[in-house]
Design a protein around this ligand. Structure first.
Ligand SMILES: NC(=O)c1ccc[n+]([C@@H]2O[C@H](COP(=O)([O-])OP(=O)(O)OC[C@H]3O[C@@H](n4cnc5c(N)ncnc54)[C@H](OP(=O)(O)O)[C@@H]3O)[C@@H](O)[C@H]2O)c1
Length: 386
């Protein structure tokens, strides 16, 4: 029986993870979880999982009325709640389903603690890839990806010998705005951008899917997970999101991983450390007609901006990510246009001089600076324009 800590229980991956855990109670014991703003989720989880002993609330929301109903649970509160919880409890598996830069520190802590990490928080590898790589080399921790393309690749690569593999492919649906005429893209309403044709996900990754920032992140994620050069991770545009990943073999044949757009099999595969197990509550899946199309670089400038930034300095991804987190939030609040996201990211990072070696503390500082610079820039511009 493995003791599980779930970070981000109130999110999309968090909710799917709870579903997987509730169907595998013989193997996993949920002992701790975190939420940020959605404190109403706390009681729901505690009631469903009486095994929970610890809860972290990382925002500054007041939870006194909840706490008094559960005197047998230890609550960690405030900015360092997750870190304090992880450092004070005994557990086996960390499911990191946080969104954004906030996910990096918990991943680093779990690596230092030699834990099994079921990783959904892609920013841990995108922003902190170099730090993660370095820490992993001194640890017995293992990372199992939850991201569908990477879980699929992990599955495929586990069936092949290294010398048999020529190239790897991850697929990309093109996001919610792929069929909108280019001339209408600049000021498309955020509700449209949030309406992903295949996946139901949190808001940040959904908007990142529409700009293809998410796909650039996934290329970098694959590089760190599988030690493959970013140029060797190919992106295949595929409307239906049915093929998640493919491996091209040296004899010219391909092996593909197909499945429904449902994160639960991937989460389960990560929790079982790469073993396929029965899932009973999943819909029958019929393979539809499959379509592929060419990536349009004019529509998706952020993809290459991000890959080029990675190539020139992996640490610059911290600035790209911070800018994108703030800009996506401003877009979702109606304060900037969709088309502003990519050019403001570019403007922000194009002449930044970032050292080629940074610590976690340096990254945290950079993250804060970029976010406040973007915020001021946008607010200032709006004030000037009345
Ligand atoms: N959703 C998917 O299908 C999917 C697929 C592949 C990869 N991923 C990756 O998985 C991660 C999670 O995605 P998601 O779609 O589940 O996001 P989400 O629905 O927005 O959930 C994010 C979770 O993180 C918490 N959180 C947000 N900001 C935080 C902060 N500053 N400190 C601590 N906790 C914070 C949220 O808490 P509150 O809600 O309580 O505020 C929530 O529990 C992302 O890195 C995403 O790229 C997601």
């Amino acid at each position: 029986m493995k003791k599980v800590v779930l970070l981000g229980a109130s999110g999309s991956i968090g909710t799917n993870t709870l579903d997987v855990l509730s169907n595998n109670t013989n193997d996993f014991l949920l002992i701790a979880f975190s939420v940020h703003n959605h404190i109403e989720k706390i009681e729901e989880v505690i009631i469903k999982f009486p095994t929970v002993k610890y809860v972290a609330v990382s925002s500054n929301k007041k939870i006194d009325s909840i706490k008094k109903n559960y005197p047998f649970i230890i609550f960690y509160e405030g900015r360092d709640a997750i870190e304090n919880m992880l450092k004070n409890i005994s557990y086996d598996i960390l499911v990191n389903a946080l969104t954004g830069f906030a996910g990096l520190k918990p991943s680093l802590i779990a690596i230092e603690q030699n834990k099994i990490i079921a990783l959904s928080n892609k920013e841990s590898l995108v922003v902190g890839g170099e730090l993660v790589k370095d820490k992993l080399s001194q640890s017995t921790a293992k990372i199992y990806p939850i991201d569908s393309e990477h879980a699929a690749l992990f599955h495929l690569l586990s069936k092949c010998k290294k010398e048999e593999v020529k190239k790897v492919y991850i697929t990309c649906s093109g996001g919610a705005l792929r069929d909108i005429p280019l001339k209408n893209l600049y000021d498309v309403d955020y509700r449209k951008a949030l309406n992903h044709p295949q996946w139901k996900m949190g808001p940040k990754i959904t908007i990142d899917s529409a700009t293809l920032l998410n796909k650039a992140y996934e290329v970098i994620e694959a590089h760190y997970l599988f030690d493959i050069d970013v140029d060797e991770v190919n992106v295949l545009m595929h409307k239906e999101s049915v093929i998640h990943a493919m491996v091209e073999l040296v004899d010219g044949s391909f092996i593909a991983h197909l499945g429904p757009s449902d994160m639960r099999p991937f989460i389960q595969y990560a929790l079982y450390e790469g073993q396929t197990k029965l899932i009973s509550n999943i819909d029958n899946f019929n393979i539809p007609d499959l379509h592929f199309f060419k990536k349009d670089d004019v529509r998706y400038p952020l993809f290459h901006i991000t890959i080029d930034a990675y190539k020139s300095n992996p640490y610059s991804l911290c600035a790209i990510n911070a800018a994108s987190e703030m800009l996506v939030s401003l877009y979702l609040h109606g304060l900037i246009k969709f088309g502003d996201i990519s050019h403001l990211v570019f403007e922000e990072v194009s002449d930044l001089k970032i050292p080629h070696q940074l610590t976690y503390e340096d990254l945290a500082k950079l993250d804060k600076i970029i976010k406040s610079r973007i915020l001021w820039k946008v607010v200032f511009k709006r004030c000037l324009n009345g």
